[in-house]
Design a protein around this ligand. Sequence first.
Ligand code: SF4
Ligand code: SF4
Length: 354
Amino acid sequence: MDGEYEIMVAVYFKSASTPFAKDALHVAIKKLMEKINVIEKGDIVAVKLHMGELGNIGYIRPIFVRRVVEFIREQGGKPFITDTTTLYGGHRGNAIDYLMAAAINGFSIASMNCPVIIADGLLGKDEKIVELNGNKIAIAKAIMEADCLITLSHFKGHGMAGFGGAIKNLGMGCCSKAGKIWQHEVSKPLYDENKCILCRKCLTFCPAGAIYEEDGHIRIDYTKCAGCGACTVLCEQGCFYLTNEIASEFQRRVAMAAKAALKKFGGKVAFMNFLLDITPRCDCCSFADKPVIDDIGILASNDAVAIDKASYDLVCRVAGRDIFNEIHGIDGTVQIEEGEKLGIGSRKYEMMEI
Ligand code: SF4
Ligand code: SF4
């Protein structure tokens, strides 16, 4: 159109192809960080990442995180590695368990050369409330107190959101337990009795005690169900499931929480998505499964919507199909569209290879 042009958001890309030492991915981290640098001398910088459930091996490799920390220090910033506690069972439900799991997975003050801080405190209750569109969203306090936020996201499939990237890392990942409960209120699963073999394993794995047996039938007490999704992963018969409508509503809340997490930072945010070890499910699982496609590379941007859109497009292009939708039957692009609608960022990007 005459006189009009579209503004494209920059997304930087380093391919996973590393034929020579100069191409190594840990070397590229510094080059990518230089492109998206928002750090000023003296800034307290939250480096938000998922440090992996115990038993999972798909999470971001510690060497990449260490390189990010080194870059922040070179800028005069004060970095800390951070994540929040979970709603469900496992090894990250409180700060003690999480820090132990993180150390086993390679993240400690010794390996990272900076503190590892669980942002929502010992029991997941340290929070600040952000008001957004009539909602009160509980964001983890230590993240809200930082000057800059850098999210490092392992890009992979997700059983409730289709995929997990920067938006999910911001939305779910930056919330305290109360903020997570608010998002999961709309993701309570349905139950298909026809698939049930009455193994009764679900009677023990629901963290809310919402699953019970009545006259030889499994039931969900929806007044207790927290919508955490553990049963959708742990029932090997696939009895618990989400519809696309439930998953879409869940993604809308995740995007809203992402917007809340970003609100205080102005432009002082940066994102990296790691398209490596692209597993079918998220790093909250105590297993990783085989990657669904070959490694693609690392993306960096100052726009959470653009980086997730670019990452999703790359995965679809390399796979030759929408592989996450194929695996989970969930359209994960709702979170990207919603993120754009909320003003988090833009789906129009220009990819630049470094
Ligand atoms: S875990 Fe699944 S198959 Fe086993 S009793 Fe529960 S719903 Fe049925
Ligand atoms: S019923 Fe399923 S989704 Fe609900 S709290 Fe229990 S494990 Fe989580």
